[in-house]
Ligand binder design. Structure first.
Ligand code: PGA
Length: 261
């Protein structure tokens, strides 16, 4: 079962996960992180950046793989995930830019971009800790409902709901690309530790389906139930639809502190 941790705020969630990442980097300087974009993981990056400012450590060998990218946005577009990862992760944390990969969404090389990405992840020794958000559709990365649990990095068509959700980042809804290239659910399941974060009432249904619903391709988030090491970090509104919430709180309250997440 996934470990469910309900914290009081996004900031507390960020600090919990940042502490875990610090520990990983301390134990292995070339730790491989799976990096999500969107609003959800921002408190993790902010907490980690703050922690590194206060208490510096060498992160120059840390490697990273973004979860997904839009197809067809011109290089340098402010909403391309390459740009977002550089702005929100690489610069604030002081990571080495050449060690941070983002799927290639250029039309010209799209045919082999997925296979290239899988090879790069494999060559890095696989992802140690994969940060994840979840969409209102239940998507992980951009694996919309119906995605195979065995899927690898490939081109997908964004669900209309996901395009509408991401329209807030663009000047107009029409500008949101229709296609993306995303790590597959199979890729995500190969990571050694999944850390899924969700905040706000609008994520409560997707979280309940992912954690407690049937394992089904109709709810891509439910793929986490097939993984042996998953931590789900929620604020109270995102946790509100969980049937066994009291039990999860009880488990966490009684967990020996040394175990961490
Ligand atoms: P959000 O997106 O973090 O911006 O809510 C999450 C997702 O779509 O996976």
């Amino acid at each position: 079962m996934a470990e469910i941790v309900v914290v009081e705020s996004k900031q507390a969630a960020g600090e919990l996960v940042a502490l875990k990442i610090r520990g990983l980097i301390e134990s292995r300087a070339d730790t491989v992180l799976g990096l999500a974009t969107g609003s959800t993981p921002l408190p993790v990056y902010a907490a980690l950046a703050q922690s590194l400012r206060k208490n510096p450590m060498d992160v120059s060998r840390v490697r990273g793989f973004a979860l997904d990218e839009y197809v067809g946005l011109p290089e340098g577009h402010p909403e391309s995930y390459r740009t977002v990862i550089t702005r929100d992760v690489v610069r604030p944390l002081g990571l080495t830019p050449t060690l941070i990969c983002v799927p290639n969404g250029e039309i010209e090389t799209l045919e082999h971009a997925g296979a290239d990405y899988e090879r790069a992840i494999e060559a890095a020794g696989g992802i140690d800790l994969q940060i994840l958000g979840i969409g209102r559709t239940g998507h992980l990365g951009f694996n919309e409902p119906g995605s195979s649990f065995a899927s690898l990095t490939r081109v997908k068509t964004l669900a209309p709901k996901s395009r509408a959700d991401n329209a807030r980042f663009f000047a107009s809804p029409d500008e949101v690309p229709r296609h993306c290239i995303t790590q597959g659910l199979g890729t995500i399941r190969r990571a050694r530790h999944l850390v899924l974060l969700a905040f706000g009432a609008e994520k409560a249904a997707a979280i309940a389906a992912a954690v407690e619903g049937p394992v089904t391709a109709s709810q891509p988030g439910s793929a986490i139930q097939l993984h042996e090491h998953v931590t789900v970090v929620l604020d109270p509104p995102a946790a509100a639809a969980l049937a066994n919430l009291d039990y999860y709180r009880y488990i966490w309250a009684n967990k020996p502190a040394w175990q961490g997440i």
